[in-house]
Design a protein around this ligand. Structure first.
Ligand SMILES: N[C@@H](CCC(=O)N[C@@H](CS)C(=O)NCC(=O)O)C(=O)O
Length: 210
């Protein structure tokens, strides 16, 4: 069956350990779009041929739109989902917008560094590059410290993509790098996350080993 012949639902290719997938799935929950999207598990590292036909980069998440367009990136997908549902706060305007987007970018950077570390640690022991791992940890720690300084700026009741991304980044640290103990010395961010993590969108998308 081709993408366009399907039942007009959107389709999300996902991996339940992936923090990029989680951002998208949490937004789907917040926007009330779950009933319009069929989810399909894929292991991007196994690069199955039918998935490569959808995304030559072999990365998840990928959203197939109702028109059969394959969107291969979490930010691209989230932009598309915002045209399909309502219920999340828009980013602030003016100067606050750039501060908010900067925080989101820091959280994306935490995710990138933590995923890169996880992949590096999967190499055969002799070729794991410790200098690279140390650099990722340092970047994560500095970014967590910055977000902690700015925790008062984070919304609790009406999340934007900024809060969703920060929640997914911190959840991924708990999942893959708990030994970093990111909460230590970051009381404000830890307190924000404890409450934010209770949201159904966060609870339903908690990372799972795959
Ligand atoms: N920029 C992409 C990154 C997606 C990404 O790197 N996903 C990882 C899973 S956590 C993946 O599929 N990796 C497979 C690979 O790199 O071969 C996004 O935001 O969606």
């Amino acid at each position: 069956m081709s993408e366009t012949e399907s039942n007009n639902k959107m389709r999300l290719y996902r991996n339940l350990a992936s923090p990029y997938t989680r951002r998208v799935r949490a937004v789907i929950e917040e926007l009330g779009l779950a009933g319009q999207i069929e989810e399909v598990d894929v292991d991007p590292y196994a690069a199955p041929p039918e998935f490569l036909a959808i995304n030559p980069l072999s990365k998840v998440p990928v959203l197939i739109t109702e028109q059969g367009e394959a969107l291969p990136d979490s930010n691209l997908i989230i932009s598309y989902l915002f045209t399909r549902g309502h219920g999340m706060a828009a980013l602030p305007s003016g100067a606050k917008r750039w501060a908010a987007l900067r925080r989101q970018y820091l959280a994306e950077g935490i995710i990138d560094a933590a995923v890169a570390s996880t992949n590096e640690k999967r190499r055969p022991e002799g070729i794991i590059y410790q200098v690279f791992l140390d650099r990722q940890v340092a970047a994560i720690q500095r970014a967590v410290a910055r977000l902690d300084e700015e925790a008062a700026e984070l919304n609790q009741e009406t999340p934007t993509t900024v809060e969703i991304t920060i929640g997914c980044a911190l959840g991924y640290l708990d999942f893959r790098m708990p030994y970093l103990e990111w909460r230590k010395g970051h009381d404000a961010l830890a307190a924000w996350y404890t409450q934010f993590g209770e949201r159904p969108s966060m609870q339903k998308t908690a990372p799972q080993p795959t």
